[in-house]
Design a protein around this ligand. Structure first.
Ligand SMILES: NC(=O)N[C@@H](CC(=O)O)C(=O)O
Ligand SMILES: [Zn+2]
Ligand SMILES: [Zn+2]
Length: 344
C-alpha cells in the first residue's frame, strides 16, 4: 500500500475565486497546492474583456499570501456582444487564455450569458484562428428539458454543431457529469478535453436526495444517477489524457445554500487534491493521479508543466464544520468528516 505519493505540482483548470473580501480566503485555499488556476469569469458584472480580466487578475494577485507565487489564468465571459476584436485584443495582449460559454440562465451568474449559439459564431471564429480554447458550461436552459437531461441535450443540440462548424477550435467541456459526455469527449478529436470535479467522482444524486435534501451537494450540472458517476470514474481509470483536474470549487455563504432556494456550487478548494487522491486510491489508480492533476491540463492548453513537486501522505485529518468567507462562512465539502490523505 502506498502511503506517500510525490506528484509534480498540480493546477486547477476550473475554479471560482469570486471577488473583493472573499479573495483572501479563496486564493489562500487554491494557492495552498495549485501553481495555477483557470479562474472563472462569472462575477457580477462578468469579466467581458481584456481590461476587466487584467483588473480582476490584479485583485487576485494582491490577495495571495505573502511569498506565494500562484498564477491565475484569466478567462473572458462570452456574451451576445462579444466581438472578434475583443477576443483578438485580449489574446494578443496576454490578458486572457480562454473564453467561457455560459448559456444564459444555465447556472450561477449566467444572466449575461449567451442567448443563442449563433450570436457568438464570429467570436468563435476568431478564437479558432488565434488558438484560444472555448470553455463550456454544457447545459441547455429550455424549461421543458429535465434538469437531469440538460447535459446530454447540450451535446446533441449545441456542442456537436460547434465542433462541426469549428473543427480546429479547442474546447474544454467543463465539469462533465454523464456517460454521454464521457463518450462524446472520448470519441472526439484531440482538440476536445474535459474537466472532472471531485464531487462528481465521489457522489451521485442519491447522496443529494436520499434521507433528506443536502444543499451542500447541490451544484450544477446536478449530480446524476450512479451509472453516470461510474462512467466518470471509469474515465479517470482509463488514463485518457483528455480528462483533467478542474475542481469547480464554487463558494456560496452558508445562509445562501441552506435556504428555501439554495445556490448551486460546492466548495472544495480547502482539500481538492486530497479528495482526488482519495478517489484515485479507492479506484486503485493512484499512479494515474499525476497525469490527471499535473500533465493533461497544461498539455491540452499548450502550457509548460510545473517543475516542482508536492507530497501527499496517507494520514487522516478532520475537515472543519465551516470556514471563513468574508463576513460569512462557507460549509466545505466533507465538512466535519475525515479525509484520508493530506499534503505534507
Ligand atoms: N457549479 C456550480 O454549481 N456553480 C458555479 C457556476 C458553474 O460552474 O456552473 C458558481 O459559480 O457558483
Ligand atoms: Zn458551470
Ligand atoms: Zn464552475
Amino acid at each position: 500500500m502506498t502511503d506517500r505519493l510525490v506528484l509534480t505540482r498540480p493546477d486547477d483548470w476550473h475554479i471560482h475565486l469570486r471577488d473583493a473580501d472573499l479573495l483572501p480566503h479563496t486564493v489562500a485555499d487554491a494557492s495552498r497546492v495549485f501553481a495555477r488556476a483557470i479562474v472563472m469569469p462569472n462575477l457580477v458584472p462578468p469579466v467581458r474583456d481584456g481590461a476587466q480580466a487584467d483588473a480582476y487578475k490584479a485583485r487576485i494577485l494582491a490577495a495571495r499570501p505573502a511569498g506565494n507565487r500562484f498564477q491565475p489564468l484569466m478567462v473572458l465571459y462570452l456574451t451576445d456582444q462579444t466581438t472578434p476584436e475583443i477576443i483578438r485584443s485580449a489574446w494578443r495582449q496576454g490578458q486572457a487564455i480562454a473564453a467561457k460559454l455560459y448559456p444564459a440562465g444555465a447556472t450561477t451568474n449566467s444572466q449575461s450569458g449567451v442567448t443563442a449559439l449563433d450570436n457568438i459564431f464570429p467570436a468563435l471564429e476568431a478564437m479558432a484562428e488565434v488558438g484560444m480554447p472555448l470553455l463550456v458550461h454544457g447545459e441547455v436552459t429550455h424549461a421543458e428539458v429535465d434538469i437531469f437531461d440538460r447535459e446530454k441535450a447540450f451535446i446533441d443540440q449545441q456542442l456537436v454543431r460547434v465542433v462541426e462548424r469549428f473543427p480546429t477550435l479547442k474546447v474544454v467541456f467543463e465539469h462533465i457529469t454523464t456517460a454521454d459526455a464521457v463518450d462524446f469527449v472520448r470519441s472526439s478529436g484531440k482538440q476536445i478535453g474535459a474537466t472532472i470535479t471531485p464531487q462528481h467522482l465521489m457522489y451521485n444524486r442519491n447522496h443529494l436526495l436520499v434521507g433528506g435534501v443536502r444543499p451542500h451537494f447541490y451544484c450544477l450540472p446536478i449530480l446524476k444517477r450512479s451509472r453516470h458517476q461510474q462512467a466518470l470514474r471509469d474515465a479517470v481509470v482509463s488514463g485518457s489524457t483528455k480528462f483533467f483536474l478542474g475542481t469547480d470549487s464554487a463558494p456560496h455563504a452558508r445562509h445562501a445554500k441552506e435556504a428555501a432556494c439554495g445556490c448551486a456550487g460546492c466548495y472544495s478548494a480547502h482539500a481538492a487534491i486530497e479528495l482526488y487522491a482519495e478517489v484515485f486510491d479507492e479506484l486503485g489508480v493512484l499512479d494515474k493521479l499525476e497525469a490527471f492533476a499535473s500533465f493533461n491540463g497544461p498539455d491540452f492548453y499548450g502550457l509548460p508543466r510545473n517543475t516542482d513537486q508536492i507530497t501527499l501522505l496517507r494520514d487522516g485529518w478532520q475537515v472543519p464544520d465551516h470556514l471563513p468567507l468574508g463576513e460569512h462562512v462557507v460549509v466545505p465539502l466533507r465538512a466535519g468528516e475525515t479525509i484520508h490523505w493530506r499534503v505534507q
